[in-house]
Design a protein around this ligand. Structure first.
Ligand SMILES: *Cc1c(COP(=O)(O)O)cnc(C)c1O
Length: 373
């Protein structure tokens, strides 16, 4: 039996009757844009995250763009962010006309390294945009201290971290001036299509974000700025309302799978397992293959039907788009050469995980033997 990187079907089947009923209810009512399902989701997500305002939008990318614009970030501004993320993080900064400034990652966490941040601050810097990569919270207390010292805003990219918490129990997405979530189907809280959420404690920022998602108008047909058509679909909100109450259980299952992986793989030569810190929700379980044979290990596993992924094979600052424009971020580049994400989803069976572990051990042995012969 082949093992996919992620299997969405058991999660659907476990809630099938509730999910089908929610979808049917929306279809029968014939109200597909905003309405009470979206309002209910925004209210319950805000309560869950511990924020005052939540605004449902079309995607995580749009949540970042709308959030940045709602803070007034635009042309001439610089935003400090990580090069080791999905492209949308930097793309959103570009979309508002600002310039991303890349600061290298801490190799232990894969997240932006706060100790390198102050050297990147200039008179144009307006905000710091950390990503909680793979579901591991970034170093938010240090980032908040730096932001305060230099009068900067903070925007959290929480696309991979719905439900993740900091040491003090606060949720990711409750710390920045405005923060963005994605409900792309593979995320820890996934819809049945695209979806996103802007969250903030700032009333004025929330009002701007709300106007921006509907063509720049708060009052219909009285558009007072250039906005977007970017609403969270009613159907997606109905799905998310069914799923939200289960998020903590699903994230706990991810953590427990991560513990099992670490227990069995922690002593393998040439492989480094991720740290398991409180609050990490393991949107991805990502190891490093440190012997230079990551691609061979990946090919060996693929031959045996085990899917893996490389998040991300090219750091954003090394993409052709930015060719030669930025200085080196060596840790980010090293990570892109070593990382391998293994199959993980909340309902993954122990026997399936066992197969992944055993095949990975065989793969490591095989590349060691080839290297020595
Ligand atoms: C998925 C993702 C996004 C974009 O979310 P979409 O909903 O796909 O637009 C942004 N940042 C990160 C880190 C992501 O993983």
């Amino acid at each position: 039996m082949a093992v996919p990187i992620l299997d969405l079907s058991p999660g659907y089947l476990a809630l099938k009757s509730e999910l089908d009923a929610a979808i049917q209810r929306v279809v029968a009512a014939g109200n597909f844009i905003l309405g009470s399902d979206v309002k209910q989701f925004e209210d319950s997500a805000a309560a869950y995250l511990g924020v005052t305002h939540a605004i449902g939008v079309n995607s995580g990318t749009d949540a970042l763009v709308i959030g940045l614009r709602a803070l007034g970030i635009g042309p001439g501004d610089e935003v400090i962010t990580t090069p080791f993320s999905f492209f949308a993080t930097a793309e959103a900064i570009e979309h508002v006309g600002a310039r991303p400034v890349f600061v290298d990652i801490d190799p232990r966490t894969f997240n932006i390294d706060p100790s390198l941040m102050e050297a990147a601050i200039t008179s144009r810097t307006r905000a710091i945009l950390p990503v909680h990569l793979f579901g591991r919270p970034a170093e938010m207390s240090e980032i908040a201290r730096i932001a305060q010292r230099h009068g900067l805003m903070v925007v959290e990219d929480c696309a991979q971290s719905f439900g993740a918490t900091l040491q003090d129990g606060r949720k990711t997405g409750s710390l920045g001036n405005v923060n963005a979530f994605s409900f792309f189907p593979s995320k820890t809280l996934g819809a049945f299509g695209d979806g996103g959420l802007v969250v903030t404690d700032d009333e004025a920022v929330a009002e701007t974000a709300r106007a921006l998602r509907t063509h720049g108008s708060l009052k219909k047909y009285y558009n007072d700025r250039i906005g977007y058509n970017s609403r969270l679909d009613t159907l997606q909100a109905a799905v998310l309302n069914v799923k939200l109450p289960h998020i903590d259980r699903w994230n706990a299952a991810r953590r427990s799978l991560a513990w099992s992986y670490n227990a069995r793989l922690g002593d393998e030569a040439g492989l480094r397992v991720p740290e398991i810190v409180d609050g990490h929700v393991f949107h991805q379980y990502t190891v490093r293959i440190e012997n230079g044979h990551r691609d061979d290990v990946r090919a060996f596993l693929a031959e045996r039907g085990i899917a893996t992924m490389v998040y991300y094979p090219v750091p954003i600052d090394r993409l052709p788009l930015y060719d030669g424009k930025y200085g080196a971020c060596p840790e980010s580049t090293r990570a892109s050469e070593q990382v391998l994400s293994l199959p993980i989803w909340p309902e993954m069976e122990a026997s399936t995980q066992n197969r992944v572990i055993e095949e990975l051990q065989s793969a490591l042995l095989a590349v060691r033997e080839t290297a020595h012969s």
